[in-house]
Write a protein that binds this ligand. Sequence first.
Ligand code: NAP
Length: 254
Amino acid sequence: MKLALDGKVAIVTGAGSGIGRAMALAMAEAGAAVAVVGRTLAKVEAVAGEIVASGGQALPVQADVSHSADVQAAVDATTATYGGIDILVNNAGISPSGRVTDITPAEWDECMAVDLRSVFLGARAAIPVMQVRGGGVILSTAGTFGLRAASNKAAYSTAKAGVINLTRAIALDYGPDQIRCNVICPGYVDTPLTAGVPPADRDRFLAATQPLPSVIQAPDVAALAVYLASDAARMITGQVFVIDGGQQAGLYQP
Ligand code: NAP
């Protein structure tokens, strides 16, 4: 079965790098017109340029996903350019470290705003457009730390857990409008976010926790997103999709 997004319009946030870039490229390759949204204009312009150079359609949009006006403007620009929205991917995120006694209230608030409030803002802006269109798909990138908290990641683990239950709430509330909402929980993925981890530390961590021996790459996550965004997944909503090389399967004792 070929997974096709022909004729669909997608918004991908955090699309200037890492998982979001891979999702934008994969959705464009599957036939979607893609609004490439991110904080740094040069990065989203570069990804949009890659899509156009490959024969696809892309609109670079600079936006801070924690700001309501920016998110609304991104949705409006996409709708004005492509006539509607079929797919919203809330992928932008930051991953601050620290225990509750280490981080400031401002750092807590920033993590909640970028990682969780952004999902609320994106859905809030895109759902009315999807309702007019007769349906749509909302995906978010949470993470396995949203399923089981990680030490020294108090704010991040909390925000990602919130994304998981917000996904379920949206699925329940807007299923009758033919809007599906699912969440992807990656494990450790090689991206700019994890680039600061020394390779030896990464390899030691993965050898101790992940049964599958390869390191997850951004296109692995993008392939799952294309499937969930496609009509092949038309009856799947309110679900959590883990892509972690087997880390969450149980107690791994190599
Ligand atoms: P990444 O390459 O750092 O991508 C994150 C993107 O989000 C960047 O392009 C960044 O733009 C953008 N962004 C950050 N804050 C933003 C804001 N306020 N407004 C708009 N855009 C913003 O890292 P990644 O690994 O691909 O992360 C993508 C998502 O996957 C995140 O939600 C992350 O939590 C999640 N995740 C990653 C892993 C992993 O191991 N890599 C595991 C689980 C979950 P700028 O570069 O311009 O700041």
